[in-house]
Design a protein around this ligand. Structure first.
Ligand code: PGA
Length: 256
């Protein structure tokens, strides 16, 4: 019913030359995405144009930004607008990644403003939520994530539900090599879908892709993607190598 979404979050990696060589490597292995799997890569801003050019030769992999501002334009040094992302060919934008929340002062409120602005201007937000280790140990992870989802979606219209992606990324699993167990991931994804059903309705919630992020690799992707409510991955480290990224695409293809 739902396609898998296999998304690469390149973070602050890959300038223009490396972007070209990584995407050339991906194209050599996989020049079109299998049916049932949506692909996405999110390079740094300065590499978006180079990526857009390379993606002309790979069908089914979309382009996304890693952040966007909620104003149209103006005196916001260092920021980019939805219009700029549209112009370079982005269909998606990652919002509220825990690294942005932790290091760049992103809050539930700014994430919410960015979500609404992105949807208004035709970009699909990949909204990142997830708890810290401390919150999980205190058994507050469900409450925390529920609140993040609700806060991110204030003011989002029913018609826009189909354009959202939620990424559940437990902070303790990001870049650490530690992964949520398949049961932990399923439990959280199921809860997120219930929150979405409350906010919209069950039909809408059943269509929204909820992807897992946090040390997803070829060796653990299968058990995670097998879970009923895990609809793909937001992949950092393993998306920076053509073979590990395409291995995960192949695993999703086999399960779809
Ligand atoms: P990781 O990053 O796969 O390197 O853990 C995932 C993410 O932060 O989106």
């Amino acid at each position: 019913m739902r396609n898998f979404l296999i998304a690469g979050n390149w973070k602050m990696n890959c300038g223009i030359a490396e972007t070209q060589s990584l995407l050339t490597g991906i194209k050599e292995i996989q020049d079109s995405m299998p049916e049932g799997v949506d692909g996405l890569v999110c390079p740094p801003m300065v590499s978006l144009q180079a990526a857009a050019d390379e993606l002309q030769n790979i069908s089914g992999i979309a382009l996304g930004g890693q952040n966007v501002h909620f104003e149209d334009n103006g005196a916001y040094t260092g920021e980019v607008s939805t219009q700029m992302l549209n112009e370079v060919g982005c269909d998606y934008v990652i919002l509220g990644h825990s690294e942005r929340r932790q290091y760049f002062g992103e809050t539930d409120k700014t994430v919410n403003a960015k979500v609404n602005k992105s949807l208004e201007d035709g970009l699909k937000p990949v909204i990142c939520v997830g708890e810290s280790l401390k919150q999980r140990k205190a058994d507050e992870h469900k409450l925390r994530v529920r609140k993040q989802v609700q806060a991110a979606l204030i003011g989002v219209e029913y018609e826009d539900a189909q354009n959202l992606v939620i990424a559940y990324e437990p902070i303790w699993a990001i870049g650490t090599g530690e992964t949520a167990t398949p049961d932990q991931a399923q439990e959280m994804h199921k809860m997120i879908r219930a929150v979405l059903a409350d906010l919209f309705d069950k039909d809408a919630a059943d269509q929204i892709q909820i992807v897992y992020g946090g040390s997803m690799k070829p060796h653990n992707a299968e058990e995670l993607l097998q879970q009923t409510d895990v609809d793909g991955g937001l992949i950092g480290g393993a998306s920076l190598k053509a073979d590990s990224f395409t291995d995960i695409i192949e695993i999703a293809d086999n399960l779809s």
